[in-house]
Design a protein around this ligand. Structure first.
Ligand SMILES: Nc1ncnc2c1ncn2[C@@H]1O[C@H](COP(=O)(O)OP(=O)(O)OP(=O)(O)O)[C@@H](O)[C@H]1O
Length: 233
């Protein structure tokens, strides 16, 4: 369960939103500039909002009214960026182990499981620059999961991949969702990714929430939801 309230005025955008969700995979969906990445950043502790509250499974990560702001490194958040951001000087194995060594191994998945689920075995000794975009994203997802995160944040994880890799990585993400049950927030502006992965959808527009619906409603009314959702209120 995530509970999030966020107010922050950027020069060009006022973020003002609140949602609660018990979904296992929650999609933040909306046009460019809607504020999706800023929400992820607030969850991860990379944005210190002017006011806000973030709690995941009852654990308070941020509460500006009570002066609570858990440091990023202690939030147990796995963040996968659009461009992967692997360590270029480390092999795939050591990129993955970097995630694993940050946390103890008392809970969550182990190295072998992740290598197996993401089919990384043949890539372990390679350096990131020798991998395809899709392979790099698989490693980035694996590294994030090995940090035993309380939440996995995926920011446009498939953008920039060519069509075939995109479908392949989408399949891996689907498999991980079934096997690992990690709470995930997916940011995308692609409705097909939402349909394939999410259980619930929050649609953002210009820093506000315009809809929050279960995935069944999103799929049934996808065109209207995506293109003509009027602002609430
Ligand atoms: N660090 C920042 N400094 C100033 N303004 C910012 C900053 N981060 C975000 N913004 C403002 O917030 C807006 C939304 O940014 P954000 O990255 O959250 O949107 P997004 O929905 O993820 O967009 P995209 O899909 O293009 O990644 C930006 O267009 C900008 O106006």
């Amino acid at each position: 369960m995530i509970e999030l309230t966020l107010r922050h005025a950027f020069a060009d955008l006022d973020l003002d939103l609140a949602f609660k969700s018990g979904a296992r995979t929650l999609a933040l969906f909306g046009n460019s500039g809607a504020g999706k990445t800023s929400v992820l950043n607030a969850i991860a502790g990379l944005l210190a909002p002017q006011s806000g509250r973030v709690a995941i499974d009852g654990e308070l990560l941020l509460d500006t009214t009570r002066g609570v702001c858990v440091p990023t490194a202690q939030r147990r958040i796995g963040y996968v960026f659009q461009d992967g951001r692997l360590f270029p000087h480390l092999s795939v194995r050591h990129n993955l182990l970097y995630g694993a060594t940050v946390r103890d191994a008392a809970h969550g998945v182990d190295f072998a499981t992740i290598v197996d689920l993401l089919e990384l075995g043949a890539l372990l000794e390679r350096r990131p620059h020798t991998l395809s975009g899709g392979e790099r994203q698989r490693v980035a997802v694996g590294r994030a999961l090995l940090s035993k995160p309380r939440a996995l944040l995926l920011d446009e994880p498939l953008t920039g991949l060519h069509a075939e890799s995109r479908l392949q990585v989408l399949d891996y993400l689907r498999r991980l969702k079934q096997e690992l049950r990690v709470f995930t927030v997916l940011v995308t502006h692609h409705a097909d990714e939402v349909g394939a992965l999410a259980d619930e959808v929050v649609r953002l527009s210009a820093g506000r929430i315009v809809r929050q619906v279960p995935i069944t409603e999103f799929i049934a009314r996808r065109a209207a939801f995506a293109e003509r959702a009027p602002p609430v209120g």
